[in-house]
Design a protein around this ligand. Structure first.
Ligand SMILES: *[C@@H]1O[C@H](CO)[C@@H](O)[C@H](O)[C@H]1NC(C)=O
Length: 532
């Protein structure tokens, strides 16, 4: 039952159907591993261009930690008790660029690159190295422009040496070094650097279900030890990665990452309560601060930075030609390395889900499941778009769907929720999602709430398209969480691996989408019974 029933309008939003029949479930059915197919592994991202260093490399770090070096010096300088270090001996240890560590890559997939020791000066990201054995720069970044599908725009998004460049230790020493100390300031902690503009960030789906979904997969994976057994399990609890301390939206202002319904800002503060958000203006401050106006050149240093770029992700095969989902590059890279823990239950996403639901005041069942179970209480949620302006079912189809689902849920003793998200508070929407076993509805943003569904043995998303239409948004995301996805064309349905090609036929966005309610209800029944 709803603990805050007052938040739901029973009249038009929620149908509670509580029957008495026990569920009979054919068990021993597990949703297939989302990517049990033999996907093509393409690993051509590393371009090896071996440069000979133009000067001898920098001396390595001091053999003893600075504190120890100082202590040794103190002891050897004098035997009296009052001696302190002279300023010169202290400075000597920090002179030049001795403490500018080389850049290295922790992990990389197209559009997702975790660097150790990346530098930024005057708006350019610098790889400090005496070789060029790094991923192709166009697979890491772009000019950060909005994307349009025309040749001029595609060319204009190719990164230049202003976006990212190499810097040799000698050049770094020349530009940023000094006789007393270098002019490089460290931005402490872990940074998520978002290079895409506000074009897509202003949508709940794209910010949460793509950008942060991918970032979580990549960040979680980067700090996980590879394990075939743990990654293929449904075990929910895994050691948490270190926190992300800040997110920088380098090409979006404060308004540019917030969606109109307000879910993005809720998500940011609920899922990452301690994260610092910097936007374009803040980034520009850093750019201007390091621009060489009076012959003084300087830089910022990121100890750990996860750089994400939408255009670069689309240059990868998985995003560019298979899924159109930037998160898919991050997810698939970590999956192949067996670093996405508990993939069958979306366990790598669980910390984010738990934070959101706890913040909404909801109980989160975090049993350390070793195998998924069928829920005690089956909840079917129909996300209705009949109250919004476009992409709606015909009235007759909507009625047939509600009627068929009502009959099914009465017969089975399941709960049916018909949710018009725009009429509910955020907490109420999250409450519905957090207990939904099967979520269904017409293709649309409301289905993004699938992110908060509990992992169970029969969890599924059923997406209604105008016949002939198909898109990967909710399809890929459901499957990435270990759930099944079914597409419905009126009185037919399809599922992995027999899916159509992406298509937006005439009628896709319009308000006369047909659906046969009985077909959907039968599919729901078969799904819970483990027959499909
Ligand atoms: C290139 O330099 C980086 C440090 O910047 C180092 O981590 C990496 O091992 C080097 N690669 C090769 C092939 O020398």
């Amino acid at each position: 039952m709803f603990r805050r029933a007052a938040q739901f309008s029973r009249r038009d939003a929620v149908l509670l159907m509580v029957g008495a029949t026990a569920m009979h479930l054919v068990s021993s059915f597990l949703p297939g591993h989302p990517t049990a197919d033999s996907s093509i592994i393409i690993n051509t991202h590393l371009k090896h261009v071996h440069d000979t260093p133009d000067t001898e490399p920098l001396p390595g770090p001091p053999q003893v930690p600075i504190a120890d070096a100082l202590r040794v010096q103190t002891v050897t300088t004098t035997a009296t008790t009052t001696v302190t270090l002279s300023p010169d001996s202290h400075v000597a240890l920090q002179t030049g660029t001795d403490d500018l560590p080389f850049t290295s890559i922790v992990d990389h997939a197209p559009g997702w690159t975790l660097f150790r020791n990346l530098y930024m000066s005057d708006g350019t990201l610098y790889i400090l190295s005496d070789n060029r054995s790094f991923p192709e720069i166009r697979l890491m970044t772009s000019t950060g422009m909005a994307a349009e599908n025309n040749p001029e725009n595609i060319a204009a998004r190719e990164p230049t040496s202003h976006d990212m460049d190499y810097i040799t230790p000698a050049e770094a020493r020349r530009r940023w070094g000094g006789t007393k100390h270098n002019r490089v300031s460290t931005i402490q902690g872990n940074t998520l650097l978002v290079w895409e503009p506000s074009q897509f960030l202003r949508h709940y789906y794209h910010l949460v279900a793509e950008l942060f979904f991918g970032a979580q997969a990549f960040w979680h994976g980067a700090w996980s030890a590879p394990s075939e057994a743990l990654s293929n399990s449904a075990k929910l609890n895994h050691p948490a990665p270190p926190p992300l301390d800040r997110v920088i939206f380098a090409h979006s202002n404060a308004d540019g990452w917030r969606d109109d319904p307000g879910f993005n800002r809720f998500f940011m503060r609920a899922a990452f309560p301690s994260i610092t958000v910097e936007v374009e203006e803040d980034w520009q401050d850093r750019v201007v601060a390091t621009s060489n106006s009076k012959g003084v050149d300087r830089a910022f240093h990121f100890p750990y930075v996860l750089l994400t770029d939408r255009s670069a992700a689309h240059r990868g095969v998985i995003c560019g030609s298979e899924t159109q989902r930037i998160a898919a590059e991050a997810w698939d890279y970590m999956r192949k390395q067996h670093k996405l823990m508990g993939i069958q239950a979306g366990a790598w996403w669980e910390p984010v889900r738990s934070s959101i639901l706890n913040f909404a005041g909801l109980e989160v069942d975090r049993n350390d499941m070793t195998s998924l179970t069928v829920p005690k209480k089956v909840v079917i949620t129909y996300v209705s778009r009949q109250g919004v302006s476009r992409r709606k079912l015909t009235d007759a189809s909507h009625e047939s769907l509600v009627k068929a689902l009502t009959e099914l849920c009465e017969r089975k003793g399941w709960e049916l929720i018909v949710m018009q998200a725009e009429k509910l508070t955020k907490d109420a929407q999250l409450e519905v999602a957090s207990k939904t076993t099967v979520m269904l509805g017409v293709h649309g943003n409301g289905l993004s709430h699938l992110l908060w569904m509990p992992p169970t043995k029969v969890s599924a998303v059923i997406e209604i398209f105008y016949p002939g239409g198909f898109a990967h948004d909710y399809h890929w995301t459901s499957r990435a969480l270990g759930m099944s996805h079914y597409g419905v064309w009126n009185n037919k349905y399809f599922t992995y691996p027999n899916e159509p090609k992406v298509d937006y036929p005439q009628g896709f966005q319009e308000n006369n989408i047909p659906v046969d309610g009985k077909t959907v209800a039968q599919l729901v029944e078969d799904r819970i019974a483990g027959k499909v």
